[in-house]
Each structure stands twice: as C-alpha cells, then as structure tokens.
Design a protein around this ligand. Structure first.
Ligand SMILES: NC(=O)c1ccc[n+]([C@@H]2O[C@H](COP(=O)([O-])OP(=O)(O)OC[C@H]3O[C@@H](n4cnc5c(N)ncnc54)[C@H](OP(=O)(O)O)[C@@H]3O)[C@@H](O)[C@H]2O)c1
Length: 87
C-alpha cells in the first residue's frame, strides 16, 4: 500500500468531517489535546465552524488549539464533569 501523505490525510479528514457535520455551525470535540481530536478541531476551525474543544487537562492544551477553539475541561467517564460542561 502506498504511504499516505499529510495532505491526503487532511483531505480525508475533511471528507469525514463533512459527513459527520455537513452544515455545522458549532462543533463539540472531546479529547482535543492530541490525535484525531486535535486533527478534527483543525479541520472544523479551518472551514469556519465554531469549535468547542474539550480536554482533560486545560493546562496541557496546545497553543494551536487555544488559538482556534474554546477550550473547556471534560473527563468523559465522570458524570459530574459532563454535568459541569453542560451547565
Ligand atoms: N489514530 C487512528 O488512526 C485511529 C483509527 C481508528 C480508530 N482510532 C480510535 O480513535 C480514538 C482516538 O484515537 P487517537 O489516535 O486520537 O488517540 P490519542 O492520540 O491517544 O488521543 C486520545 C485523546 O482522547 C483523550 N481521552 C482519553 N481518555 C479520555 C477520557 N476518559 N476523557 C476525556 N478525554 C479522554 C486524550 O486526552 P489526554 O490528552 O488528556 O490524554 C486524548 O486527547 C481511539 O479510541 C482510537 O483507538 C484511532
């Protein structure tokens, strides 16, 4: 299999994003500090959506994420944490 270059990867994420939220204005992304969460935060922010990015440790949020999203704390296994986010 041919190696996947970064631009192809980003195009694939953009395609996935358009299926998941084709006309989104506000997108909530969990686990946005790194990996797929951070990648999707970039995709949605670049297409003009308002991105709410949740992370377990707001102090560990990368500067690039802070620059493109509203960063809020969330531990998805903790109901109290979910309640605080929803409040
Ligand atoms: N990468 C791939 O190509 C791929 C393909 C198919 C499926 N997946 C699946 O997609 C998921 C994400 O993959 P990834 O590569 O982005 O993983 P990753 O780089 O390990 O990142 C996972 C993210 O989830 C957050 N997280 C983990 N446990 C959490 C919890 N209890 N509450 C809130 N946030 C939590 C982490 O937060 P912290 O930064 O605080 O640790 C991190 O930001 C995984 O389940 C993976 O198996 C990945």
């Amino acid at each position: 299999m041919a190696p996947v270059s970064a631009p192809v990867c980003c195009n694939q994420l953009s395609t996935v994003a358009s299926y998941v939220a084709p006309m989104a204005q506000t997108v909530l992304i969990t686990g946005a500090n790194r990996g797929l969460g951070l990648a999707f935060a970039k995709v949605y922010a670049q297409r003009g959506d308002k991105v709410i990015a949740t992370v377990r440790d707001v102090h560990a949020a990368p500067a690039e994420l802070r620059g493109m999203a509203r960063v809020l704390p969330l531990e998805v296994t903790d109901e109290a944490s979910i309640g605080r986010l929803a409040a």
